[in-house]
Write a protein that binds this ligand. Structure first.
Ligand SMILES: *Cc1c(COP(=O)(O)O)cnc(C)c1O
Length: 306
């Protein structure tokens, strides 16, 4: 799975159907790599899994929330590559909800062992005392941080870009911790501007990006985070469903849906250079649709079509 080079399809959007005016937009279909080890999670795990093998570690431990794409990806990749996996999950109350939470149920079906901790313990997850406790509980392990961001993850994300993406004027991506955009900025051409759409409030990822690259050919915005991480409203659901119907491309509600909403808004208000060619990176995350649809149903809101 991680040994060969992975090139994904560049899919143009129909400029008439989408009324793109002078712009042209294509999507890099990283979501098609694998249903669970998809998009940026595949890229972020690649060199970490290779490193864990090199170190002859048999167990991989990582952290995440209830609907985490990262947890699902580590569980699926671990099963496929023959590692034991442990997921430290934020929120003790979730221990009784494994069977009804699609992400956690999937992780368990892959053999991942789940360890539920309170929110306050979760905040201290990188402290030495907690890590020592984890070693006592589970033995030695290869640790991948929350969201998977580290030097090896950034290196993997650089591989999203290639000679096939070099002529685009803008490269657009979703931003969580900032690891993915760091790799993309590193691999970008001097003439390209990287657009980052944050899935959460605040532009705190800039300091993360600065850890990995001195390049500054990027813009970061949280104007399209819809109030915060995993927050959603009817407008966003409608946008995702319309986009899917017109293009055949499903978007996830936490990251790629918000990015494409933002990108279309920026084109409409001509915030991007006219006549430019834009490549939007589909970073995956489609496993999160089921969990979001449960929440939408409970609030009597419309469902995201799959
Ligand atoms: C995790 C995730 C991101 C965020 O990536 P970072 O490297 O943390 O910025 C973006 N898109 C999708 C679909 C994700 O699952």
């Amino acid at each position: 799975m991680f040994s060969s080079e992975t090139l994904t399809k560049i899919q143009p959007l129909d400029s008439k159907k989408f009324e793109l005016g002078s712009y042209s937009v294509s999507m890099l279909r990283e979501d098609e790599i694998h249903p669970f080890v998809s998009g940026n999670k595949f890229r972020k795990l690649k060199y970490n899994f290779l490193e864990a093998s090199r170190l002859e570690m048999s167990t991989i431990l990582t952290f995440g929330g209830a609907y985490s794409n990262h947890i699902a990806a580590v569980a699926a990749a671990g099963k496929q590559q023959g590692f034991k996996t442990i997921g430290v999950i934020r929120g003790e109350e979730l221990a009784s909800q494994i069977t009804t939470n699609p992400t956690l149920a999937f992780a368990v079906s892959c053999g991942m062992k789940l360890h539920f901790v309170s929110r306050s313990i979760y905040r201290s997850k990188m402290e030495a005392s907690f890590q020592k406790r984890l070693k006592e509980l589970f033995g030695s392990f290869y640790l991948i941080p929350e969201g998977g961001t580290n030097q090896l993850a950034v290196r993997g994300c650089e591989e999203m870009l290639s000679v096939h993406t070099a002529s685009f004027d803008y490269i657009s991506t979703c931003v969580g911790t900032g690891g993915t955009i760091s790799g993309i900025i590193k691999a970008s051409e001097m003439h390209q501007t990287v657009l980052g759409f944050s899935a959460l409030k605040g532009a705190f990822q800039i300091s993360e990006i600065e850890k990995y690259t001195p390049k500054t050919n990027f813009q970061l915005t949280d104007a399209y985070c819809f109030g915060g991480y995993a927050k959603i409203d009817e407008d966003l659901v409608r946008f995702i469903n319309e986009f899917h119907a017109r293009s055949g491309i499903p978007l996830d509600p936490v990251y790629t849906g918000k990015m494409m909403f933002g990108l279309f808004d920026m084109m409409k208000s001509k915030k991007l250079k006219e006549n430019s060619r834009i490549l939007a990176i589909h970073t995956g995350g489609l496993q999160g649709i089921d969990g979001m649809n449960q929440k939408l149903k409970n609030k009597n809101l419309p469902q995201i079509n799959k």
